[in-house]
Structures are given as structure tokens and as C-alpha cells.
Ligand binder design. Structure first.
Ligand SMILES: [Zn+2]
Length: 356
């Protein structure tokens, strides 16, 4: 349903389009702003974010599944003109309070036929009304997690009855299988708590293939990319490898483990492979510069390319991209947020100096 990939125009073109509020691009792409959690049409007059804070999506569904809320000014959900009044009313109510649940009974009470609602949402937004409500709750929940709220409290305040209900909803959204796979194998995904916030971990039956911070905006599209890479569906679950990973991570954060043992798989281009393999060789608690990394992969001067590839690492912490810093000793970038990079480096260095 929503997994059909629509391709996006080149980034420079999209940037130009939204800066000029070019209505010609409406419907071609949507821009989402990381700092506000809102997504817009390119023509929106209310939004002129810095390019580094923008994420692009081909459809409203993808924007929503990535945890963004529709802009109140340009109303990107109204893709085909204004929705009928009864739909607008529902959207408005959810927008005002994403934690409410509008059930079929509620709809009946308002003399709106649930089947009609179902059909409209399916047709126009590519998802059921219930899913739409859930994604809005989840978007709100992810927002809170991003701002450092406790997971339990978050689940509760966002209209989930329990922590397990929150987890289930999380898994339903982020662990969806993109289609039937003839292959018996699949990627199992599990959420883990850690001192640096909830982590999403994934493994095939053979190796760990993904570890990312749960609050990253692009998580859903990352998981979809993962599924595409391996040609396997991602489903919520557990296996022995994820269990081993959980134990090793617990040891790592407790300062009892320096070298992860669990099997990893990280398919990529030959260049990506080379970069990621070099990352694996950087010892615990040590850092190298992007320039040094470029040298080590045999491409001196290619700092930018190795920096980009470093950022494309799908297995955070275990493939220690956090151990690459700027030449001047500053931290440089980190997809999971600089505070996490600092946390990980401080953690490793503290333990290293305690034992030497
Ligand atoms: Zn807008």
C-alpha cells in the first residue's frame, strides 16, 4: 500500500522549490522540518527552514510514518483540494489532541458511517482512519521521547493504556512487514532501552544488521531501506542474535565489554564496505580524524566522502562511527545527536583511563 517508492527530484531542486514557495512542486514532494516536527507542501508561505533541518518525502504517508505532523497553515493532507467537512472536522480534532481515540462508535454517534471514513482515508491517505490516528499519537510520542521524556510516561500521556500498548503500537508502525517474502528468513526488530535512550535493533537469522536510536526522524525510511537491501521483511520479534546483542550492549554500557562479538552484516558499495571495515578497527576509547580515516581506506583527501559514508553506517555503536572526530579535536557530526557521541566517547575513555 504505502510501500510503493516514488522518486524525489534532486535535493538542490527541492531546496530551490521550497525557498521560492513554488506551487508547481506541490504534490511532487513534501518537506518536513526536524526542529518543529511539522511537514509542509513546497508552496507553504509559513516555512523557510534551513536546508540542514529539512527532510524530504514523496508522500504524506511517508512524512506521517516518519513521525511528522501536518502543517496547520498549508494543510498538506488536503492533497486534492479541501477534504469534505466531515473529514476536515475529524482531522482538526486529532490535530488538536493526538491522544484522543475516535472509535467506530463515536463516528456512529455523529452519524458518520465508519465504512465511509475507512474508504476515504484509504483512498486519500493510503491508510485506515485508525492507522492515521495511531501515527499521530506515535508522532507525538516520538516528539516527547526526542525531548528526553521517560518512555513509560510518554506512552501514558500520549493515549496509550500501558507501556506494552505503546510498544505494540511502536512495533506495528516501525516493524511493519513491507510485503510477503517468499524467503523464509526475515529481519526481526526489537526496541531496547539504554543509557542513551531507546534503541532499535535488527537482525537476520545470521547477523545483526541494524542498530539505531529510536528517536531519529528518518527511522521508518531507514527500516524500509534496510528491508530493501536485504529483500526481507522487517517484523517485530526476537531471535538469539538480538538476545546476544542485548547482553553485549548491557555489558558495554556497564563497562565490562570493549569488543563486541556478535556477528554483523553490513552490505554496501565497495567503498562503504572499506570505510565501515576501517571503523571496526579503531580500538575502544580511541578516536581518529576524518582525514586519517580517508588515508586508511586508501583515498587520502576524501574526508567528505568518508564522512558521508560514516554517517550512513547502519549499526551504530558496534561499528564505532562515533570514534571519528574532526582534525581539530572537536566532535564533528553524529546522526544520533552530538550528546550521544560525547556520551559514548566519555564512557569509553573514562573506563580506559580507570584501568591503565
Ligand atoms: Zn506549511
Amino acid at each position: 500500500m504505502i510501500m510503493g517508492m516514488k522518486t524525489l527530484p534532486p535535493q538542490a531542486e527541492m531546496e530551490r522549490a521550497y525557498r521560492r514557495s513554488d506551487a508547481g512542486y506541490d504534490g511532487v514532494f513534501f518537506l518536513a522540518v526536524r526542529t518543529t516536527g511539522v511537514f509542509c507542501r513546497p508552496s507553504c508561505p509559513a516555512v523557510k527552514p534551513k536546508p540542514k533541518n529539512v527532510e524530504y518525502f514523496a508522500t504524506t504517508q511517508e512524512s506521517i510514518f516518519a513521525g511528522y505532523r501536518p502543517c496547520k497553515r498549508c494543510r498538506p493532507m488536503d492533497t486534492n483540494g479541501n477534504p469534505p467537512a466531515w473529514v476536515a472536522q475529524l482531522l482538526k480534532q486529532i490535530e488538536a489532541d493526538p491522544s484522543i481515540r475516535i472509535t467506530d462508535d463515536d463516528l456512529q454517534t455523529r452519524r458518520i458511517h465508519p465504512a465511509k471514513v475507512r474508504r476515504y482515508f484509504k483512498e486519500h491517505y493510503g491508510m485506515t482512519f485508525q492507522t492515521y490516528q495511531r501515527t499521530q499519537r506515535m508522532g507525538q510520542a516520538l516528539d516527547r521521547i526526542r525531548h528526553g521524556d521517560d518512555l513509560t510516561a510518554t506512552g501514558m500521556t500520549c493515549g496509550f493504556d500501558s507501556v506494552s500498548g505503546f510498544r505494540d503500537a511502536f512495533e506495528r508502525i516501525f516493524g511493519r512487514a513491507p510485503g510477503k517474502s517468499r524467503n523464509a528468513d526475515c529481519i526481526v526488530a526489537q526496541m531496547l532501552e539504554s543509557p542513551v535512550g531507546p534503541l532499535i535493533t535488527c537482525a537476520t537469522s545470521r547477523a545483526v544488521c541494524f542498530l539505531e536510536f529510536a528517536d531519529r526522524r528518518a527511522l521508518e525510511s531507514q527500516l524500509r531501506g534496510l528491508s530493501g537491501h536485504f529483500k526481507l521483511p522487517v517484523i517485530p520479534g526476537k531471535n538469539d542474535l538480538l538476545k546476544q546483542l542485548r547482553d553485549e550492549l548491557a555489558d558495554y554500557f556497564a563497562g565490562r565489554l570493549r569488543q563486541f562479538q556478535v556477528a554483523l552484516t553490513y552490505p554496501g558499495t565497495p567503498f562503504q564496505q572499506k570505510v565501515w571495515q576501517q571503523l571496526l578497527k579503531i580500538p575502544y576509547g580511541q578516536t581518529i580524524s576524518y582525514a586519517e580515516l580517508a588515508k586508511r581506506v586508501g583515498q587520502p583527501g576524501a574526508q567528505r566522502a568518508v564522512g558521508t559514508t560514516n554517517g550512513q553506517n547502519r549499526i551504530a555503536i558496534l561499528i564505532p562511527c562515533h570514534r571519528v572526530v574532526n582534525q581539530n579535536g572537536q566532535l564533528g557530526g553524529y546522526g544520533g545527536g552530538l550528546w550521544r557521541k560525547k556520551f559514548l566517547l566519555d564512557h569509553e575513555q573514562r573506563l580506559l583511563s580507570a584501568t591503565t
